[in-house]
Design a protein around this ligand. Structure first.
Ligand code: GAL
Length: 443
Protein backbone atom coordinates (compact mmCIF):
# COMPACT_ATOMS: atom_id res chain seq x y z
CA UNK A 1 0.00 0.00 0.00
CA UNK A 2 2.86 2.35 0.85
CA UNK A 3 4.44 1.54 -2.45
CA UNK A 4 1.21 2.23 -4.29
CA UNK A 5 0.84 5.45 -2.38
CA UNK A 6 4.24 6.59 -3.45
CA UNK A 7 3.44 5.68 -7.01
CA UNK A 8 0.11 7.39 -6.95
CA UNK A 9 1.68 10.47 -5.45
CA UNK A 10 3.93 10.56 -8.48
CA UNK A 11 0.88 10.38 -10.66
CA UNK A 12 -0.68 13.31 -8.89
CA UNK A 13 2.25 15.40 -9.99
CA UNK A 14 1.40 14.56 -13.55
CA UNK A 15 -2.33 14.36 -13.62
CA UNK A 16 -4.15 16.05 -10.82
CA UNK A 17 -7.41 14.34 -11.49
CA UNK A 18 -7.63 10.71 -12.28
CA UNK A 19 -10.75 8.93 -13.18
CA UNK A 20 -11.13 5.32 -13.82
CA UNK A 21 -13.73 3.58 -15.74
CA UNK A 22 -14.81 0.11 -16.36
CA UNK A 23 -17.04 -1.27 -18.87
CA UNK A 24 -19.64 -3.80 -19.56
CA UNK A 25 -20.90 -5.54 -22.53
CA UNK A 26 -23.41 -7.62 -24.25
CA UNK A 27 -26.47 -9.39 -23.06
CA UNK A 28 -29.56 -10.90 -24.45
CA UNK A 29 -31.13 -7.49 -24.80
CA UNK A 30 -28.12 -5.89 -26.35
CA UNK A 31 -28.63 -3.30 -28.95
CA UNK A 32 -26.89 0.00 -29.35
CA UNK A 33 -30.19 1.66 -30.22
CA UNK A 34 -32.06 0.52 -27.14
CA UNK A 35 -33.75 3.28 -25.24
CA UNK A 36 -34.61 3.47 -21.61
CA UNK A 37 -38.03 4.96 -21.59
CA UNK A 38 -41.40 3.86 -20.27
CA UNK A 39 -41.69 0.13 -19.82
CA UNK A 40 -38.00 -0.29 -20.59
CA UNK A 41 -36.99 1.53 -17.39
CA UNK A 42 -35.37 -1.66 -16.16
CA UNK A 43 -32.73 -1.33 -18.84
CA UNK A 44 -29.24 -0.24 -17.92
CA UNK A 45 -27.60 1.08 -21.03
CA UNK A 46 -23.80 1.07 -20.86
CA UNK A 47 -21.70 2.89 -23.43
CA UNK A 48 -18.15 1.72 -24.23
CA UNK A 49 -15.88 1.07 -27.20
CA UNK A 50 -15.46 -2.56 -26.20
CA UNK A 51 -17.32 -4.08 -29.11
CA UNK A 52 -15.25 -7.08 -30.14
CA UNK A 53 -12.44 -9.50 -29.31
CA UNK A 54 -10.67 -9.31 -25.95
CA UNK A 55 -12.34 -6.00 -25.12
CA UNK A 56 -15.81 -7.46 -25.54
CA UNK A 57 -14.71 -10.49 -23.53
CA UNK A 58 -13.79 -8.13 -20.69
CA UNK A 59 -17.14 -6.38 -20.89
CA UNK A 60 -18.89 -9.73 -20.90
CA UNK A 61 -17.03 -10.55 -17.69
CA UNK A 62 -18.65 -7.57 -15.96
CA UNK A 63 -22.00 -8.45 -17.49
CA UNK A 64 -21.87 -11.98 -16.08
CA UNK A 65 -21.56 -10.53 -12.57
CA UNK A 66 -24.16 -7.82 -13.29
CA UNK A 67 -26.66 -10.51 -14.26
CA UNK A 68 -26.24 -12.10 -10.85
CA UNK A 69 -25.96 -9.00 -8.71
CA UNK A 70 -28.44 -6.81 -10.55
CA UNK A 71 -30.90 -9.37 -11.83
CA UNK A 72 -33.75 -6.86 -11.55
CA UNK A 73 -32.21 -4.97 -14.50
CA UNK A 74 -31.44 -5.73 -18.16
CA UNK A 75 -27.98 -4.90 -19.36
CA UNK A 76 -28.07 -3.03 -22.67
CA UNK A 77 -24.84 -2.95 -24.59
CA UNK A 78 -24.31 0.38 -26.35
CA UNK A 79 -20.72 -0.33 -27.43
CA UNK A 80 -19.40 1.52 -30.47
CA UNK A 81 -16.43 -0.12 -32.18
CA UNK A 82 -13.14 1.71 -32.70
CA UNK A 83 -9.84 1.34 -30.86
CA UNK A 84 -9.13 3.86 -28.11
CA UNK A 85 -12.72 5.10 -28.47
CA UNK A 86 -12.06 7.15 -31.59
CA UNK A 87 -15.63 6.91 -32.88
CA UNK A 88 -17.30 6.28 -29.53
CA UNK A 89 -16.09 9.49 -27.89
CA UNK A 90 -17.39 11.70 -30.69
CA UNK A 91 -20.76 9.99 -30.70
CA UNK A 92 -20.96 10.15 -26.91
CA UNK A 93 -20.20 13.89 -26.93
CA UNK A 94 -23.04 14.44 -29.41
CA UNK A 95 -25.45 12.26 -27.42
CA UNK A 96 -24.64 14.04 -24.17
CA UNK A 97 -25.16 17.43 -25.82
CA UNK A 98 -28.48 16.26 -27.23
CA UNK A 99 -29.64 15.15 -23.77
CA UNK A 100 -29.47 11.49 -24.71
CA UNK A 101 -27.20 10.14 -21.99
CA UNK A 102 -26.62 6.41 -21.47
CA UNK A 103 -26.91 5.04 -17.93
CA UNK A 104 -23.14 4.76 -17.68
CA UNK A 105 -20.21 5.43 -19.97
CA UNK A 106 -16.53 4.58 -20.09
CA UNK A 107 -14.11 7.42 -19.43
CA UNK A 108 -10.39 7.41 -18.71
CA UNK A 109 -9.14 8.53 -15.36
CA UNK A 110 -7.38 11.87 -15.50
CA UNK A 111 -7.77 14.57 -18.12
CA UNK A 112 -10.39 12.74 -20.11
CA UNK A 113 -12.76 12.45 -17.13
CA UNK A 114 -12.06 16.03 -16.18
CA UNK A 115 -13.68 17.15 -19.46
CA UNK A 116 -16.96 15.53 -18.48
CA UNK A 117 -16.74 16.95 -14.96
CA UNK A 118 -15.96 20.45 -16.22
CA UNK A 119 -18.90 20.22 -18.66
CA UNK A 120 -21.26 19.16 -15.86
CA UNK A 121 -22.06 15.90 -17.67
CA UNK A 122 -21.41 13.45 -14.85
CA UNK A 123 -22.90 13.11 -11.38
CA UNK A 124 -21.04 13.21 -8.12
CA UNK A 125 -21.02 9.54 -7.04
CA UNK A 126 -19.41 9.96 -3.63
CA UNK A 127 -22.44 8.31 -2.02
CA UNK A 128 -22.09 5.26 -4.33
CA UNK A 129 -18.49 4.95 -3.19
CA UNK A 130 -19.49 5.13 0.45
CA UNK A 131 -22.45 2.76 0.08
CA UNK A 132 -20.23 0.09 -1.48
CA UNK A 133 -17.11 0.59 0.63
CA UNK A 134 -15.20 1.76 -2.41
CA UNK A 135 -13.39 4.61 -0.69
CA UNK A 136 -11.34 1.90 0.98
CA UNK A 137 -11.09 -0.40 -2.01
CA UNK A 138 -8.67 1.58 -4.16
CA UNK A 139 -5.36 3.16 -3.29
CA UNK A 140 -6.16 6.45 -1.53
CA UNK A 141 -4.20 8.42 -4.03
CA UNK A 142 -6.17 6.90 -6.88
CA UNK A 143 -9.41 7.92 -5.21
CA UNK A 144 -8.03 11.38 -4.63
CA UNK A 145 -7.34 11.64 -8.33
CA UNK A 146 -10.86 10.78 -9.39
CA UNK A 147 -12.03 13.40 -6.99
CA UNK A 148 -12.59 17.08 -7.71
CA UNK A 149 -13.45 19.48 -4.91
CA UNK A 150 -14.08 16.57 -2.54
CA UNK A 151 -16.49 14.79 -4.90
CA UNK A 152 -15.85 11.45 -6.64
CA UNK A 153 -16.97 11.12 -10.27
CA UNK A 154 -16.27 7.59 -11.48
CA UNK A 155 -15.52 4.01 -10.49
CA UNK A 156 -12.17 2.60 -11.62
CA UNK A 157 -12.26 -0.79 -13.32
CA UNK A 158 -8.67 -1.48 -14.23
CA UNK A 159 -5.10 -0.35 -14.75
CA UNK A 160 -3.69 -0.85 -18.24
CA UNK A 161 -0.10 -0.39 -19.34
CA UNK A 162 0.58 1.51 -22.56
CA UNK A 163 4.38 1.23 -23.00
CA UNK A 164 4.53 -2.34 -24.24
CA UNK A 165 5.98 -4.00 -27.33
CA UNK A 166 4.53 -7.30 -28.61
CA UNK A 167 6.92 -9.48 -30.51
CA UNK A 168 6.67 -12.31 -33.04
CA UNK A 169 9.62 -14.60 -32.21
CA UNK A 170 9.40 -16.50 -35.52
CA UNK A 171 9.88 -13.27 -37.47
CA UNK A 172 12.73 -12.09 -35.25
CA UNK A 173 14.59 -15.34 -35.83
CA UNK A 174 14.95 -14.35 -39.49
CA UNK A 175 17.50 -11.76 -38.36
CA UNK A 176 18.81 -13.93 -35.49
CA UNK A 177 17.40 -11.49 -32.92
CA UNK A 178 16.58 -12.66 -29.40
CA UNK A 179 12.81 -12.12 -28.95
CA UNK A 180 13.04 -12.38 -25.19
CA UNK A 181 15.45 -9.51 -24.76
CA UNK A 182 14.38 -5.89 -25.18
CA UNK A 183 16.85 -3.56 -26.84
CA UNK A 184 18.10 -1.22 -24.10
CA UNK A 185 17.47 2.02 -25.96
CA UNK A 186 15.42 3.41 -28.83
CA UNK A 187 18.61 3.62 -30.90
CA UNK A 188 19.38 -0.07 -30.23
CA UNK A 189 15.87 -0.91 -31.32
CA UNK A 190 16.30 1.03 -34.54
CA UNK A 191 19.46 -1.02 -35.21
CA UNK A 192 17.41 -4.23 -34.77
CA UNK A 193 14.69 -2.95 -37.08
CA UNK A 194 17.37 -2.32 -39.71
CA UNK A 195 18.56 -5.92 -39.28
CA UNK A 196 15.03 -7.22 -39.79
CA UNK A 197 14.61 -5.12 -42.92
CA UNK A 198 17.96 -6.38 -44.24
CA UNK A 199 16.82 -9.96 -43.57
CA UNK A 200 13.84 -9.38 -45.87
CA UNK A 201 11.14 -8.81 -43.23
CA UNK A 202 8.52 -6.67 -44.96
CA UNK A 203 6.99 -4.90 -41.95
CA UNK A 204 9.52 -4.81 -39.12
CA UNK A 205 7.26 -2.50 -37.08
CA UNK A 206 3.49 -2.97 -37.22
CA UNK A 207 1.60 0.31 -36.97
CA UNK A 208 -2.01 1.46 -37.24
CA UNK A 209 -3.82 4.76 -37.35
CA UNK A 210 -4.62 7.39 -34.76
CA UNK A 211 -3.99 6.48 -31.16
CA UNK A 212 -1.48 3.76 -32.11
CA UNK A 213 0.75 6.31 -33.82
CA UNK A 214 0.39 8.52 -30.78
CA UNK A 215 1.40 5.61 -28.54
CA UNK A 216 4.54 5.07 -30.61
CA UNK A 217 5.27 8.78 -30.30
CA UNK A 218 4.77 8.69 -26.53
CA UNK A 219 6.90 5.58 -25.98
CA UNK A 220 9.68 7.09 -28.10
CA UNK A 221 9.58 10.31 -26.05
CA UNK A 222 9.48 8.27 -22.83
CA UNK A 223 12.39 6.06 -23.96
CA UNK A 224 14.54 8.94 -25.15
CA UNK A 225 13.79 11.57 -22.49
CA UNK A 226 13.37 9.29 -19.46
CA UNK A 227 10.41 9.27 -17.10
CA UNK A 228 10.96 12.57 -15.30
CA UNK A 229 11.39 14.66 -18.42
CA UNK A 230 8.54 12.82 -20.10
CA UNK A 231 6.22 13.55 -17.20
CA UNK A 232 7.36 17.16 -17.39
CA UNK A 233 5.88 17.42 -20.88
CA UNK A 234 2.46 17.34 -19.25
CA UNK A 235 2.99 19.67 -16.32
CA UNK A 236 4.95 22.36 -18.15
CA UNK A 237 8.35 21.45 -16.71
CA UNK A 238 9.72 20.04 -19.98
CA UNK A 239 9.61 22.21 -23.08
CA UNK A 240 8.05 20.65 -26.15
CA UNK A 241 10.32 22.80 -28.32
CA UNK A 242 13.55 21.52 -26.72
CA UNK A 243 16.41 19.95 -28.67
CA UNK A 244 15.89 16.65 -26.80
CA UNK A 245 12.31 16.50 -28.05
CA UNK A 246 13.54 17.28 -31.59
CA UNK A 247 15.98 14.36 -31.35
CA UNK A 248 13.25 12.01 -30.09
CA UNK A 249 10.97 13.08 -32.93
CA UNK A 250 13.81 12.20 -35.30
CA UNK A 251 13.83 8.70 -33.82
CA UNK A 252 10.05 8.57 -34.12
CA UNK A 253 10.38 9.40 -37.81
CA UNK A 254 12.91 6.59 -38.26
CA UNK A 255 10.61 4.14 -36.46
CA UNK A 256 7.61 5.10 -38.59
CA UNK A 257 9.83 4.51 -41.63
CA UNK A 258 10.03 0.82 -40.66
CA UNK A 259 6.26 0.42 -40.49
CA UNK A 260 3.56 -0.75 -42.91
CA UNK A 261 2.56 1.99 -45.36
CA UNK A 262 -1.14 1.13 -45.05
CA UNK A 263 -1.07 2.14 -41.36
CA UNK A 264 -3.66 4.92 -41.83
CA UNK A 265 -6.23 2.47 -43.15
CA UNK A 266 -6.59 0.17 -40.16
CA UNK A 267 -7.13 -0.13 -36.44
CA UNK A 268 -4.69 -1.83 -34.02
CA UNK A 269 -6.43 -5.21 -33.96
CA UNK A 270 -6.65 -5.46 -37.76
CA UNK A 271 -2.96 -4.54 -38.09
CA UNK A 272 -2.09 -7.15 -35.49
CA UNK A 273 -4.01 -9.87 -37.32
CA UNK A 274 -2.68 -8.84 -40.71
CA UNK A 275 1.03 -8.52 -39.88
CA UNK A 276 2.07 -9.60 -36.39
CA UNK A 277 -0.11 -12.59 -35.55
CA UNK A 278 -2.02 -13.84 -38.62
CA UNK A 279 -4.09 -17.01 -38.29
CA UNK A 280 -1.27 -18.93 -39.92
CA UNK A 281 1.78 -17.82 -37.90
CA UNK A 282 4.12 -18.90 -40.70
CA UNK A 283 2.79 -16.07 -42.87
CA UNK A 284 3.61 -13.31 -40.38
CA UNK A 285 5.55 -10.39 -41.86
CA UNK A 286 5.59 -8.13 -38.79
CA UNK A 287 8.21 -8.23 -36.05
CA UNK A 288 7.03 -5.78 -33.37
CA UNK A 289 3.94 -3.79 -32.43
CA UNK A 290 3.74 -1.07 -29.79
CA UNK A 291 0.35 -1.38 -28.11
CA UNK A 292 -1.27 -1.39 -24.69
CA UNK A 293 -1.80 -4.55 -22.73
CA UNK A 294 -5.26 -5.21 -24.11
CA UNK A 295 -3.18 -7.24 -26.61
CA UNK A 296 -2.92 -10.46 -24.56
CA UNK A 297 -6.72 -10.35 -24.15
CA UNK A 298 -7.18 -9.94 -27.88
CA UNK A 299 -4.80 -12.82 -28.61
CA UNK A 300 -6.54 -14.95 -25.98
CA UNK A 301 -9.86 -14.26 -27.70
CA UNK A 302 -8.27 -15.38 -30.99
CA UNK A 303 -6.97 -18.51 -29.25
CA UNK A 304 -3.34 -17.58 -29.85
CA UNK A 305 -1.37 -19.31 -27.07
CA UNK A 306 0.83 -17.03 -24.98
CA UNK A 307 3.81 -19.15 -25.98
CA UNK A 308 3.43 -17.75 -29.53
CA UNK A 309 4.61 -14.26 -28.62
CA UNK A 310 6.91 -12.38 -26.30
CA UNK A 311 6.63 -8.89 -24.83
CA UNK A 312 8.65 -6.27 -23.06
CA UNK A 313 8.40 -2.62 -22.05
CA UNK A 314 9.19 -0.31 -24.99
CA UNK A 315 12.96 0.21 -25.39
CA UNK A 316 14.32 2.71 -22.88
CA UNK A 317 11.20 2.47 -20.67
CA UNK A 318 11.95 -0.56 -18.52
CA UNK A 319 10.93 0.17 -14.92
CA UNK A 320 8.24 2.65 -16.00
CA UNK A 321 4.53 1.81 -16.01
CA UNK A 322 2.80 4.12 -18.45
CA UNK A 323 -0.61 3.70 -16.93
CA UNK A 324 -4.17 4.38 -17.93
CA UNK A 325 -7.35 3.49 -16.21
CA UNK A 326 -10.83 2.81 -17.54
CA UNK A 327 -13.60 4.02 -15.28
CA UNK A 328 -17.38 4.24 -15.34
CA UNK A 329 -19.61 7.19 -14.66
CA UNK A 330 -23.17 8.07 -13.73
CA UNK A 331 -24.09 10.60 -16.43
CA UNK A 332 -26.38 13.54 -15.69
CA UNK A 333 -29.75 12.74 -17.23
CA UNK A 334 -29.31 8.95 -17.06
CA UNK A 335 -32.77 7.41 -17.44
CA UNK A 336 -32.18 4.69 -14.88
CA UNK A 337 -29.85 6.10 -12.20
CA UNK A 338 -30.66 3.30 -9.74
CA UNK A 339 -29.78 0.70 -12.37
CA UNK A 340 -26.64 2.65 -13.13
CA UNK A 341 -25.65 2.53 -9.46
CA UNK A 342 -26.04 -1.24 -9.50
CA UNK A 343 -23.74 -1.36 -12.52
CA UNK A 344 -21.19 0.85 -10.76
CA UNK A 345 -21.34 -1.42 -7.71
CA UNK A 346 -20.43 -4.38 -9.95
CA UNK A 347 -17.62 -2.42 -11.64
CA UNK A 348 -16.06 -1.60 -8.29
CA UNK A 349 -16.59 -5.04 -6.74
CA UNK A 350 -13.87 -7.66 -6.28
CA UNK A 351 -15.91 -10.21 -8.27
CA UNK A 352 -16.63 -7.78 -11.09
CA UNK A 353 -13.00 -6.68 -11.36
CA UNK A 354 -11.83 -10.26 -11.42
CA UNK A 355 -14.29 -11.37 -14.11
CA UNK A 356 -13.35 -8.34 -16.19
CA UNK A 357 -9.58 -8.07 -15.77
CA UNK A 358 -8.93 -11.78 -16.07
CA UNK A 359 -9.81 -11.56 -19.79
CA UNK A 360 -9.04 -7.89 -20.52
CA UNK A 361 -5.23 -7.96 -20.14
CA UNK A 362 -5.40 -5.25 -17.47
CA UNK A 363 -4.94 -5.60 -13.73
CA UNK A 364 -7.62 -4.74 -11.18
CA UNK A 365 -7.71 -1.19 -9.85
CA UNK A 366 -8.65 -2.60 -6.43
CA UNK A 367 -5.75 -2.89 -4.06
CA UNK A 368 -6.98 -6.13 -2.48
CA UNK A 369 -6.65 -8.15 -5.71
CA UNK A 370 -4.24 -11.08 -5.85
CA UNK A 371 -2.69 -12.57 -8.97
CA UNK A 372 -3.89 -16.15 -8.35
CA UNK A 373 -5.57 -17.62 -11.41
CA UNK A 374 -4.66 -14.76 -13.75
CA UNK A 375 -2.95 -15.43 -17.08
CA UNK A 376 0.84 -15.21 -17.21
CA UNK A 377 0.88 -11.65 -18.54
CA UNK A 378 -1.25 -10.13 -15.76
CA UNK A 379 0.74 -12.01 -13.11
CA UNK A 380 3.86 -10.31 -14.44
CA UNK A 381 2.05 -6.97 -14.77
CA UNK A 382 0.92 -7.02 -11.13
CA UNK A 383 4.54 -7.40 -10.03
CA UNK A 384 5.65 -4.66 -12.44
CA UNK A 385 2.93 -2.31 -11.18
CA UNK A 386 4.30 -2.59 -7.66
CA UNK A 387 7.88 -1.93 -8.64
CA UNK A 388 7.70 0.69 -11.41
CA UNK A 389 7.73 4.44 -11.68
CA UNK A 390 4.59 5.90 -13.21
CA UNK A 391 4.02 7.92 -16.35
CA UNK A 392 0.64 8.89 -17.79
CA UNK A 393 -0.66 8.51 -21.34
CA UNK A 394 -2.13 11.31 -23.42
CA UNK A 395 -3.47 8.83 -25.98
CA UNK A 396 -5.54 7.22 -23.22
CA UNK A 397 -6.67 10.19 -21.24
CA UNK A 398 -4.52 10.02 -18.12
CA UNK A 399 -2.08 12.81 -19.08
CA UNK A 400 -4.41 15.46 -20.41
CA UNK A 401 -7.84 16.38 -21.74
CA UNK A 402 -9.47 14.98 -24.85
CA UNK A 403 -8.97 18.13 -26.91
CA UNK A 404 -5.18 17.94 -26.43
CA UNK A 405 -5.25 14.30 -27.44
CA UNK A 406 -7.32 15.14 -30.53
CA UNK A 407 -4.84 17.81 -31.64
CA UNK A 408 -1.95 15.36 -31.28
CA UNK A 409 -3.81 12.72 -33.27
CA UNK A 410 -4.45 15.24 -36.04
CA UNK A 411 -0.71 15.94 -36.04
CA UNK A 412 -0.07 12.20 -36.22
CA UNK A 413 -2.04 11.66 -39.40
CA UNK A 414 -0.45 14.77 -40.98
CA UNK A 415 2.96 13.34 -40.07
CA UNK A 416 2.08 9.94 -41.47
CA UNK A 417 1.31 11.57 -44.83
CA UNK A 418 4.28 13.95 -44.70
CA UNK A 419 6.86 12.95 -42.09
CA UNK A 420 8.42 16.32 -41.35
CA UNK A 421 9.88 16.61 -37.84
CA UNK A 422 9.83 20.43 -37.70
CA UNK A 423 6.14 20.59 -38.66
CA UNK A 424 5.29 17.91 -36.12
CA UNK A 425 7.16 19.64 -33.34
CA UNK A 426 5.42 22.92 -34.14
CA UNK A 427 2.03 21.22 -33.85
CA UNK A 428 2.99 19.54 -30.58
CA UNK A 429 4.19 22.84 -29.12
CA UNK A 430 0.96 24.54 -30.21
CA UNK A 431 -1.18 21.81 -28.61
CA UNK A 432 0.75 21.91 -25.34
CA UNK A 433 0.50 25.70 -25.23
CA UNK A 434 -3.27 25.49 -25.67
CA UNK A 435 -3.96 22.80 -23.09
CA UNK A 436 -1.10 22.48 -20.62
CA UNK A 437 -2.97 24.44 -17.96
CA UNK A 438 -6.07 22.20 -18.11
CA UNK A 439 -5.82 21.34 -14.43
CA UNK A 440 -6.34 24.92 -13.38
CA UNK A 441 -9.85 24.78 -14.85
CA UNK A 442 -10.87 22.19 -12.24
CA UNK A 443 -12.42 23.23 -8.98
C1 GAL B 1 -8.06 2.25 -24.39
C2 GAL B 1 -8.87 1.61 -23.28
C3 GAL B 1 -8.56 0.16 -23.26
C4 GAL B 1 -8.70 -0.45 -24.64
C5 GAL B 1 -7.97 0.36 -25.69
C6 GAL B 1 -8.08 -0.12 -27.11
O1 GAL B 1 -8.35 3.62 -24.48
O2 GAL B 1 -8.54 2.18 -22.07
O3 GAL B 1 -9.38 -0.47 -22.32
O4 GAL B 1 -10.05 -0.54 -24.90
O5 GAL B 1 -8.37 1.68 -25.63
O6 GAL B 1 -9.33 0.08 -27.66
Amino acid sequence: MTRVRRKMAAVVAVAAVLVVSACSSSTSTSTSKASNTGAAIKNVQVFTWWAAGGEKAGLDGFVSVFKKECSQYNFVNAAVAGGGGDKAKTLLANNLKAGNAPDSFQAHAGGELSDYIANGQVEDITSVFKANGLDNAFPKELVSQITVAGKVYSVPADIHRANMVWVNPVVLKKAKLDPTKAPATVKDWIADLAKLKAAGVATPLVLSKGFAEEMLLETTLLGDLGVDKFNGLFDGKTKWDGADVTAALGDFKTLVGYSNTDRETMDWDAAMSKYLMPTDPATATGGYQVMGDWVPAQLLSLKVPDSAYTYWPAPGTDGVYQWLSDSFTLPKGAKNPEGSKCWLKVVGSADGQKAFNMVKGSIPARSDATSAGYPKYQQWAMVQWKSSKLAPSLAHGSAGPGAWNNDVQTAMSAFSANPDVATLQKSLVAAATKYASWRSTLG
